[in-house]
Design a binder for this molecule. Structure first.
Ligand SMILES: [Zn+2]
Length: 408
């Protein structure tokens, strides 16, 4: 039982959220929530990193502390940069000029590395340079790809890493999973690595508000990724019926709650009013994956999205594909397709094939291939219980189009 919450957890939204769950839970669920608490907060804290984090956060304007290392701030970046020196910047060529314009002369990298055209050799060169040139901190500026490389370089160099996500389209900034991107694969790593999370990630409301104006898809797409719970949890329950895998009632409760909260989000409202709920959902998703594996957050809808991403040169944003996959797989599950359709519209995500540049044939192919991907990955979903041949997939897509759920 949790006797005392230590100091560094005061005002941490995730900690308070879980404590409330523990207070209100009974029997099996109580044990599950206690186990979750242990896994999340009873790890031996790294004192040096906590001290460094506290130093960096001192006197900053904090909007909300979602997790011990995930902070939402209001215009704190400029103050933060005054506190660090000798930092190696990991970024890409699209993001850097934008953030440079935003931070002006305050951004003075000690060394600067672009990840745009990285191969294994270049990545090794960066790691060795950072290790030996006296860099004191890694500063990651960018979206999901930059965050993955940041975490990899952090893992290899053990330097303190500060992440500034410049997009909410993915939750890579909060995830302990590291995608083995091409250059990482060249260094002999397999598909996904259990890597470190950034020692501190700061989501700057002012910067993200500007982004919402200019590129709203980079804010909204991540909401689509969270919709995955709608179908993934059903697939997880099916797997429990067919196989020996076990679900977790506490996790299912949190997944369902996220969907309820997703329905409450009004993307037209100012970002301050909903960014905390959004980031908490993203952080929770990453934690859930750590607690019970990725099944409840990644089911048949993700297999569809992954198949589409694999097969096409210019796939739409991941979260947009996941939302579309959730719609299609909900229909196949016999779930509430109208509710999913309305949620997609409310979150201003696309369900028009034209809008995300997919043809009807590509959707059908991705459905068929998704099943094969699931089998290869060992992920049991509703697809395993159906033939998913071309006639079936064609029928599903045509029906969704004729009912007006998919705009064609
Ligand atoms: Zn995803």
């Amino acid at each position: 039982v949790i006797e005392q919450k230590s100091d560094h957890l005061t005002n941490v939204t995730l900690a308070n959220y879980l404590l409330k769950k523990i207070e209100n839970a009974t029997s099996t669920k109580l044990l599950e929530f206690q186990e979750i608490w242990k896994k999340t907060f009873e790890k031996e804290p790294d004192r040096i990193k906590i001290e460094k984090r506290n130093y960096l956060l001192k006197n900053l304007e904090i909007h909300e502390k979602i997790h011990t290392n995930i902070i939402i701030s209001k215009d704190a970046l400029k103050d933060l940069l005054k506190k660090i020196s000798k930092y190696a910047v990991i970024t890409d060529k699209t993001v850097f000029p934008i953030i440079k314009r935003y931070l002006c002369e305050l951004l003075k990298p000690y060394c600067l590395y672009y990840i745009d055209d990285l191969d294994g050799e270049e990545l090794t060169r960066i790691i060795n340079a950072v290790k030996s040139n006296g860099s004191e901190l890694l500063l990651g500026l960018g979206g999901g790809r930059v965050m993955d490389y940041l975490k990899f370089i952090q893992m290899e160099t053990k330097l303190f890493s500060l992440a500034i996500p410049t997009s909410l389209a993915t939750h890579v900034y909060a995830s302990p999973k590291l995608h083995a991107l091409p250059a990482i694969k060249e260094l002999g790593y397999a598909k996904t690595i259990d890597g470190p999370v950034p020692d501190l990630a700061i989501l700057d409301i002012t910067f993200l508000k500007n982004l919402k104006q200019s590129k709203p898809r980079l804010i909204n797409a991540g909401l689509g990724d969270l919709m995955a719970y709608i179908t993934a949890v059903e697939d997880w329950k099916l797997a429990e019926q067919y196989l020996t895998t076990k679900t977790n009632t506490a996790v299912i409760e949190m997944c369902n709650e996220s969907i309820t909260n997703l329905n409450k989000i009004n993307v037209e409202d100012i970002l301050e009013n909903w960014i905390s709920d959004y980031v908490l959902m993203q952080v929770l998703l990453c934690e859930i994956t750590g607690w019970v594996g990725s099944a409840p957050a990644s089911g048949s809808e993700h297999l569809f999205a992954l198949a589409a991403e694999k097969d096409f040169d210019n796939p739409p944003l991941h979260g947009e594909l996941v939302a579309l996959g959730t719609l299609i797989m909900t229909y196949i599950h016999g779930g509430d397709t109208i509710a999913v359709f309305n949620l997609i519209k409310k979150l201003q995500l696309p369900c028009s094939l034209k809008e995300i540049a997919l043809s009807k044939q590509q959707v059908i192919t991705a459905l068929e291939n998704g099943k094969l991907l699931g089998i290869a990955k060992g992920r049991f979903t509703i697809s395993n219980t159906l033939s998913m041949n071309i006639d079936f997939c064609e029928k599903v897509v045509s029906e969704l189009i004729s009912y007006g759920f998919l705009e064609y």
